[in-house]
Design a protein around this ligand. Structure first.
Ligand code: HEM
Length: 530
């Protein structure tokens, strides 16, 4: 490569070589002067239109250098430093509004929900999610409205989630069996791995009726989710500098990488849809009024409503992908954070075990969904975990579709909006009793947050977002998390591996579509003494 460059340079005349060497500098200066002009324009607009406050920025980069590897943490620190709950930043060329208080969140997600109900464009989502034609990334409009209605009605409503009870209990039972083998052998289990395999198997069962564990297909799904999530999470260079993407090279690289991912998804999904289509056609040919051949998995459901909703094959695939991206890592990460907190605080683990074990009839091997009804402390533990370790800390980005006014400031159209719900959940102005501590008691009895729900009406507590774009899978997720946590603490007692102390458990996370714990959680299961 170096030789080719050398030869190429030798073949140029001296002035040509100079022009070539100076070209990047020239492009940079042009870009710099345009950015400086834009920065002056923003300052001017700030004076004229009373834009939200903005900390000092660098040329070209704007505030990009202030965003670290954990954006929710750096944005919280920045808001604190400048004493403002509504900040207008410039990340490269992209204007970003950051809301860091319940009041600002309410303005975005309730008062002006209609203005902020769309998602910003992402090249990766455009390619991987066919348009995007899923629910999570689709721009606001009729397609999104119909797609969300379809997904909720046929997969995620309370009734549908209840009908999935048998699969949940069966999969939890299988995981307990696996843990039992480790307990018998006296070895540690990798809790994160176990949980993400479990939520992945459930997603596979919901989507295609089987986990395909034996064929190893569930592993392929997990690997593919793990490879696709980071680029889908945003904070990518082409989003900050759209002019670089327009020059071609960067956009080609991102597009090519995304197309490779989409092809891998196609290879997995296409044969599954084909199989289902064959079964569906055969079954509908023999269906009668008394035996309508009700189908239970999501691919069958999509096949049965494709004409009613006018769905293309690509749109069907995009809707299936939502279950994988939204449903696997989120619930597994919530469970892992919760278990890690309980291991750090043995008195809370004991209190939870006492509740769960007292609610299950004597001699019963596992917790069923019927037993969950009386477990108020279990629900408080999960809520506290969702507050302190919000696994979607910046909710999911929105974009302003028109100009509007918040708290007397003008928010122009086309501004990306981040709600720092992680920061809000840890802010001492809105939470009593040491908000950095894990205290489930705040959510029960006469605790300060006893009346808070996560259904999007309490803007201090937004683990599932709020408003029109609120999470569609909340019921699905909570059913999984509650049943798994209850069984985890019911069936076994847990110890740390030799040499590990509870104060050594590191709660640090890695940012992505979902924030996951960085450190592996290895725990040794012990059969409980009745
Ligand atoms: C504990 C687990 C989960 C958490 C913490 C969570 C959190 C979130 C959050 C914060 C949003 C963005 C909401 C907003 O913009 O206001 C969201 C959107 C969404 N979630 Fe979840 N989620 C979870 C599980 C699930 C599951 C299991 C599914 C489906 C199987 C799901 C499906 C969706 C969909 C489709 C959207 C997009 C909604 C839209 O844009 O209209 N989620 N979720």
């Amino acid at each position: 490569m170096a030789n080719i460059a050398h030869q190429f340079m030798r073949e140029l005349t001296a002035p040509q070589a100079w022009i070539l060497l100076l070209l990047p500098l020239f492009l940079f200066l042009v870009r710099y002067s345009l950015s400086a002009r834009r920065a002056r324009k923003i300052r001017q607009q700030q004076d004229d239109h009373h834009l939200p406050p903005s900390p000092p920025a660098l040329p070209v980069l704007g505030h990009l250098h202030l965003v670290g590897s954990l954006p929710h943490v750096s944005l919280r620190n920045l808001a604190r430093k400048h004493g403002t709950d509504l900040m207008l930043l410039r990340l490269g060329a992209m204007p970003v509004l950051v809301a860091s208080s319940p009041r600002a969140a309410e303005a975005v997600m309730r008062a002006h929900d209609h203005v902020f109900a769309s998602r910003p464009h992402s090249l990766v989502a455009e390619v991987v999610l066919y348009g995007p034609s899923d629910v999570g990334f689709a721009p606001y409009g009729e397609y999104w409205r119909q797609a969300k209605k379809l997904v909720i009605t046929h997969l995620l409503s309370v009734k549908k989630v209840q009908s999935f009870r048998h699969a949940r209990e069966e999969e939890v039972g299988r995981v307990m069996g696996e843990i039992g083998e480790a307990a018998a052998a006296g070895v540690a289990v990798d809790v994160g791995d176990l949980l993400s395999a479990f939520t992945n198997d459930l997603a596979c069962r919901a989507v295609m009726g089987e986990s395909f564990r034996r064929e190893g297909r569930n592993k392929q799904f997990r690997e593919l989710v793990a490879d696709t999530s980071p680029p889908l999470a945003g904070f990518n260079i082409e989003e900050f500098f759209p002019f670089l993407a327009r020059f071609g090279v960067l956009s080609k690289v991102v597009r090519a990488k995304s197309e490779r991912l989409r092809r891998r998804w196609d290879d997995l999904l296409e044969p599954l849809i084909d199989d289902h289509e064959r079964q569906y056609d055969a079954a509908t040919a023999t269906a009668t009024e008394s035996d309508p051949k009700g189908f239970v998995d999501f691919i069958h459901v999509l096949l049965s409503v494709r004409e009613e909703y006018g769905l293309t094959r690509e749109q069907m695939k995009a809707l299936l992908l939502d279950v994988f991206f939204a449903g696997i890592e989120t619930s597994a990460a919530v469970l892992e954070y919760t278990i890690a907190e309980l291991m750090r605080r043995p008195h809370l683990m004991k209190k939870l075990q006492a509740e769960v074990r007292s609610c299950v009839p004597k001699g019963q091997e596992a917790v069923t969904e019927t037993d969950l009804a009386g477990m108020t402390y279990l629900r408080a533990v999960i809520k506290e975990s969702l507050r302190l370790h919000n696994v979607t800390p910046l909710v999911a980005p929105r974009i302003s579709m028109a100009s509007c006014s918040i708290d007397g400031y003008t928010v122009p159209a086309g501004v990306r909006v981040l709600i720092n719900s992680w920061a809000i959940g840890r802010d001492a102005r809105f939470w009593e009793d040491d908000p950095e501590e894990f205290v489930p008691e705040r959510f029960i009895g006469d605790g300060s947050a006893a009346h808070f729900s996560f259904r999007g009406n309490d803007f201090q507590f937004l683990p599932f977002g709020s408003g029109r774009r609120m999470c569609a899978g909340m019921n699905f997720a909570m059913a999984i998390v509650e049943l798994m946590l209850a069984n985890f603490v019911y069936c076994f007692d847990w110890e740390l591996p030799p040499g590990k102390e509870r104060q050594d458990i590191d709660m640090a996370g890695v940012f992505g579509l979902v924030v996951n714990r960085k450190e592996k959680l290895l725990l040794v299961p012990k059969f409980r003494v009745c």
